[in-house]
Design a protein around this ligand. Structure first.
Ligand code: ZN
Length: 894
């Protein structure tokens, strides 16, 4: 696994595999310390070229190789650390049998077969199957699997794998065996097995065509009361894919298993999804609204992969966004449909906007910086050293935006027709992003004769966030408005160092535009005789102008409505314009954006001139007051529009990056707004009280978020009253959302005594629930009131462990990512480097993610930049970094 010379793999080097593995018959003798795997492969030559057969392996002990039943002597194959090569000559078809050992208990990487708690789990995407047995570990080799699992019955009473259970029986010596067969050919990254002792919640449903399917959710004994929401979410996912995309479950049995130790969120293994327990377990006392929604979204996501990812998979890992971008788009739509279900039209619109706001905020916080830094890559990368470093916000979230633009260009019906065509062409295949776009294009050209999506394809090959500059020219005499859009695609990442500079070509950008008059009334846009409230401008040139008629006065433009493209808009606005849009824009997304821009402006002002503050502060306060009193807004939407932009979002807007200034400015303004509008916050607090039992639906969770936001403002205002109210809120809380909101406010703004008293109380009450203890670590780690010394202290807590990814994330990642006030010192930076190295020895997937927290080190203020550079150099100077981490370090320092 550790390599000094890290190799780069290029997209253009793709070659088809010269063999087909039609069947894979795997037999496991499962034991935590050493598991023996007997693999029997039915192999066919794909091209009769007689090329060598190369199999991948990692951390395996090879015991035996046999060809067509004859055991091979070691001089009949070539074994290196990571390959097993055979020369079967011109045999058209043969059987290859391999026996090897792997060591689950030593597997701290959590890739391949590993131990979590008392159970055994697998994780194969992207390249974990090679840690289980020798195999062509690439997604374009698809096989039918038959899996026999043998294990001690008492320790591992449940033996699960993909597909259908064919038989199970007891064996001598207290062991038992189960045989599974997956009817669908699949790449090995979708293989899974689970062995252990679990509680199960299940339900049989009828799929659309009337077939019975058994849905099951497995979790540790004692947590079965926490799986109801997960199972319900799964049922909703099945129904949604049937109705919105006409896609039916193709299995008799679909299982989800919760694992306490998991590197990512969840994994879509065919028929046997393995989930991070954080995305399965929920009950009102221990899970927040945000977790309920995340569980629904992740369950949807993994379920939707059953078609977009599994039935049609990726030809190679450069195509990762083929499945991930598309599946994120699908889960976003699923969540939006669940949030709006049954609401009257006006509220449904606002609920959809809330989902859009949350998704775009996540994109801006995570993906925009990535796209501006040393790791910038197109959604279909050109090269990589370690594929696991490319499970990025770009592949996932920007990938979803690029699918969403296709949806915008084609319309709902057209998009659906394109999806149908995609499955008609490619069901059962391993394909490319180009194949997907071609299916969509077949519909687009029918809708738009003479036009293609050729230019749109550039979104797949160009990195960086495009900038779109807007210029308006109003002609009072002619009553026309000329709108000019100009796009720039500046070089990013390695492109900035290329000589000659890469020339980036103009993209096809759908840009939604609306207009308001000086009173905030919406104007209609008439272009070439067509009259609309929102015009969708398709920008294709570097610069393009549209002329609208019958515009009597200089209008206020509402730009990039609904965030119709993942770009940054450049347009100079007055604060008054922003305030007008914040009060009146009919597009809920653009309205929110205007309010946020006004707040951002005030915050940036106060950073650049701390003595005088912002001249627009009063305008912001007045705008917030008006929004607090606008009865037409739903609580959820109001809570979004009245929140200040997150610290990390603001940080991106400072140049050079100045974290301390951001933290202080934001804390000051929250306090100020809290104080100036205290009576209104109090009213909002009272008005959004909910009686009756907990439900995570959009309306109730919206009320809780508004109420808890009001609480935060009151707490931040600093008076005695705020803290008293927060303490009462904590004590009265009957669900985790309210409880955490109060604890979070106290930890950020409370007195040391109140803070430590409630933290102690919280710990005592929840010490037996690891997911809640993760929150307890996280809320402290991210707080500006928590110093580096406090974090080091927390690391000595008996409940802390670097080996459990959720726990490492809750303390170390939270501190390094979200505690902008206290991580940015020489000591903080070396703490980060120290933890990156400690994690790298255990789990390179996790260490390289922690390393990436400071990939943008060059953009910080000089003192911080120097200190971060030193910390990076310290990491680089260590011997034997994992290949994952080396890739990141070398890119960050190049
Ligand atoms: Zn996915």
């Amino acid at each position: 696994m550790r390599t000094d010379s890290v190799q780069s793999i290029s997209r253009h080097d793709y070659r088809p595999y010269p063999y087909r593995i039609t069947h894979a018959d795997l037999q496991f003798d499962l034991q935590a310390d050493a598991t023996r795997v007997h693999t029997r492969l039915s192999v066919e030559s794909a091209d009769a070229s007689g090329q060598a057969l190369v199999l991948n392996g990692e951390d395996l002990t090879l015991e035996q190789v046999a060809l067509d039943g004859r055991t091979l002597s070691p001089d009949e194959y070539t074994l290196t650390e990571n390959t097993l090569t055979l020369a079967p000559g011109t045999l058209p078809a043969f059987t290859l049998e391999i026996t090897s050992l792997c060591r689950p208990a030593d597997n701290t990487q959590l890739m391949g077969l590993y131990v979590s708690g008392n159970s055994l789990f697998t994780q194969c995407e992207a390249e974990g199957f090679r840690r289980i047995t020798w195999f062509p570990d690439r997604p374009d080799v698809m096989s039918r699997y038959r899996v026999t699992l043998r294990a001690d019955k008492q320790r591992y009473p449940l033996l699960l794998s993909n597909g259908n259970l064919l038989e199970s029986r007891d064996l001598p010596d207290g062991r038992h065996e189960a045989v599974w067969e997956d009817p669908h050919p699949k790449p090995c990254y979708l293989f899974a097995l689970v062995a252990g002792d679990f509680a199960c919640r299940e339900q049989t449903i009828q799929t659309r065509s009337g077939r019975d399917a058994l849905l099951q959710v497995y979790s540790d004994h004692g947590s079965e009361h926490q799986t109801e929401w997960a199972l319900d979410s799964l049922v909703r996912s099945v129904r949604w894919d049937e109705t919105r995309f006409g896609l039916e479950l193709d299995l008799d049995r679909f299982m989800i298993v919760a694992a306490r130790d998991f590197n990512m969120g969840a994994m879509e293994n065919k028929g046997l999804n393995v989930f991070n327990s954080a995305y399965v377990l929920a009950d009102p006392e221990s899970a927040t609204d945000a977790s309920y929604h995340a569980i629904e979204a992740v369950i949807g996501h993994e379920y939707f992969h059953n078609w977009t990812g599994n039935r049609v998979t990726c030809r190679d890992w450069f195509q990762l966004s083929l499945k991930e971008g598309l599946t994120v788009f699908r889960d976003q739509e699923f969540s939006a449909d669940m949030m709006t279900h049954g609401l009257p039209e006006a509220e449904a619109q606002s609920a959809r906007a809330v989902k859009r706001i949350d998704d775009v905020t996540a994109l801006r916080i995570a993906q925009f910086p990535e796209d501006a830094g040393p790791m910038a890559h197109p959604i279909r990368p050109e090269s990589y050293q370690s594929i696991s470093n490319f499970y990025t916000a770009t592949i996932y979230e920007k990938g979803a935006e690029i699918i969403r633009m296709q949806h915008t260009l084609l319309g709902e019906e057209g998009f659906r027709a394109g999806m149908d065509e995609y499955f008609r062409r490619h069901d059962g295949q391993a394909v490319t992003c180009d194949d997907f776009l071609s299916a969509m294009e077949s519909v687009y050209v029918r809708q738009n004769p003479g036009s293609t999506l050729e230019q749109f394809r550039r979104w797949y090959s160009q990195a960086g966030t495009p900038r779109v500059k807007v210029t308006l020219a109003h002609d009072a005499a002619a009553q026309t408005l000329r709108v000019t859009l100009e796009q720039r695609n500046p070089p990013v990442g390695i492109e900035t160092r290329q000589n000659p500079p890469v020339e980036k070509l103009p993209l096809h950008i759908p840009f939604a535009l609306g207009l308001l008059d000086g009173e905030g009334k919406e104007l209609s846009l008439t272009h070439k005789g067509v009259k609309q409230a929102t015009a969708l401008l398709e920008l294709r040139e570097k610069s393009q102008t549209w002329t609208f008629e019958n515009i009597a006065e200089q209008p206020v433009p509402s730009l990039l409505r609904g965030f119709s493209a993942p770009v940054i808009v450049e347009y100079e606005r007055t604060p008054q314009e922003l305030a007008l849009l914040a009060r009146h824009d009919t597009d809920a997304f653009a309205r929110w954006e205007a309010a946020q821009s006004l707040a951002t402006r005030v915050l940036l002002d106060s950073i650049s001139r701390p003595e005088s503050g912002s001249p627009d502060e009063q305008l912001l306060i007045d705008t917030w007051e008006a929004l607090l009193q606008d009865g037409s807004l739903t609580a959820a939407y109001r809570s979004r529009i009245l929140s200040l932009p997150a610290e990390r979002e603001l940080l991106e807007k400072t140049s050079p990056l100045d974290p301390l200034a951001v933290v202080e400015a934001r804390r000051r303004l929250i306090g100020k707004l809290g104080d100036a509008l205290a009576p209104f916050w109090m009213t909002a607090y009272e008005d959004n009280r909910i009686d009756g039992p907990y439900a995570p639906d959009a309306a109730s969770s919206g009320k809780r978020s508004m109420r808890n936001l009001a609480l935060l403002y009151l707490m931040a205002a600093g008076g005695q009253g705020g803290q008293e109210l927060t303490l009462e809120h904590y004590d009265a809380a009957r669900n985790m959302t309210d409880r955490m909101a109060a604890l979070g406010a106290l930890v950020q703004y409370g007195t040391p005594e109140a803070r430590s008293e409630r933290l102690q109380h919280f710990y005592t009450q929840w010490r037996h629930n690891p997911l809640v203890i993760d929150r307890w670590f996280a809320v402290q780690a991210a707080s500006a009131a928590t110093s580096l010394a406090d974090v080091r202290q927390l690391m000595t807590h008996p409940d802390f462990s670097l080996r459990n990814p959720n726990r490492a994330r809750s303390l170390i990642f939270q501190f390094c990512t979200n505690n902008l006030r206290n991580v940015h010192s020489r000591e903080g930076h070396s703490f980060w480097a120290e933890q990156v190295l400690a994690l790298d020895a255990l789990n390179p997937e996790i260490s390289s993610r922690l390393a990436r927290v400071f990939e943008n080190w060059q953009r910080f203020t000089p003192v911080l930049r120097d200190s971060l550079q030193q910390a990076w150099r310290h990491i680089q100077s260590q011997p034997a970094l994992s290949s994952n981490l080396s890739e990141i370090v070398n890119k960050a320092l190049s």
